[in-house]
Design a protein around this ligand. Structure first.
Ligand SMILES: Nc1ncnc2c1ncn2[C@@H]1O[C@H](COP(=O)(O)OP(=O)(O)OP(=O)(O)O)[C@@H](O)[C@H]1O
Length: 190
């Protein structure tokens, strides 16, 4: 289970606990608090506590009538901390994917693009066009062993990463993942 999956599982557990489950109004409230904290770059815990202080009633009902406020604050903090963890984990992932040596990538692209054979060139141009235009899509390279798929994929990764964009290299086995720069198994990354 990846770090994000673990955090999501814990968040689900917290959200399923009675107060949050029964009181949808709190769920909405917590989500708002969490998002506004993240947007304003304020610690989520602090934001939840502040909003709770300034919000003694929810839909006209004093918090104490519905459930104990300290309990709600505790749940808000717990949820807030988990969202923060998730946020940090995503930031960490993003940083990890943007730490490649741009100069080395540029050299790889300049050296290897002219070496592409005709079919590799067609595949390369098609993929880069799809990335640049944002049209996306699913593309499958199917060719016999030793024909140059890994060579082409490595070049595509370098071409996307050299401008600090994110290209994830995921494989179904650890051995296959080691063939690509920054390669990981899909089950560990996602
Ligand atoms: N256009 C090219 N110019 C120079 N060398 C190339 C080119 N294409 C492939 N190669 C080289 O050919 C060899 C085989 O290529 P590669 O490993 O990419 O094939 P593959 O299709 O991924 O093979 P497999 O399916 O067995 O993994 C590698 O040494 C690679 O560097």
């Amino acid at each position: 289970m990846s770090q994000i999956q673990k955090i999501e599982a814990r968040m689900k557990k917290v959200r399923n606990r009675s107060i949050l489950k029964l009181e949808n109004v709190y769920d909405t409230f917590f989500r708002k608090a969490v998002y506004s904290a993240l947007l304003q770059n304020v610690p989520v815990r602090q934001k939840c506590a502040k909003i709770l202080q300034n919000m003694p009633t929810v839909h006209g009902l004093p918090l104490t009538n519905v459930s104990h406020p300290s309990n709600i604050a505790r749940m808000a903090c717990e949820l807030g901390v988990l969202v923060e963890l998730q946020h940090n984990a995503l930031n960490h992932e993003l940083q990890r994917e943007q730490q490649y040596d741009i100069i080395a990538l540029t050299e790889t692209v300049h050296t290897n693009v002219p070496q592409l054979n005709q079919q590799q060139k067609i595949a390369y141009n098609t993929l880069i066009e799809a990335v640049n235009s944002g049209s996306g899509g699913i593309y499958i390279f199917d060719a016999p062993g030793g024909i140059g798929k890994t060579f082409l994929i490595s070049l595509l990764l370098a071409r996307i990463r050299w401008r600090n964009d994110v290209a994830l290299a995921l494989a179904s086995s650890g051995i296959a993942a080691t063939l690509l720069e920054g390669g990981r198994t899909a089950h560990s990354a996602l």
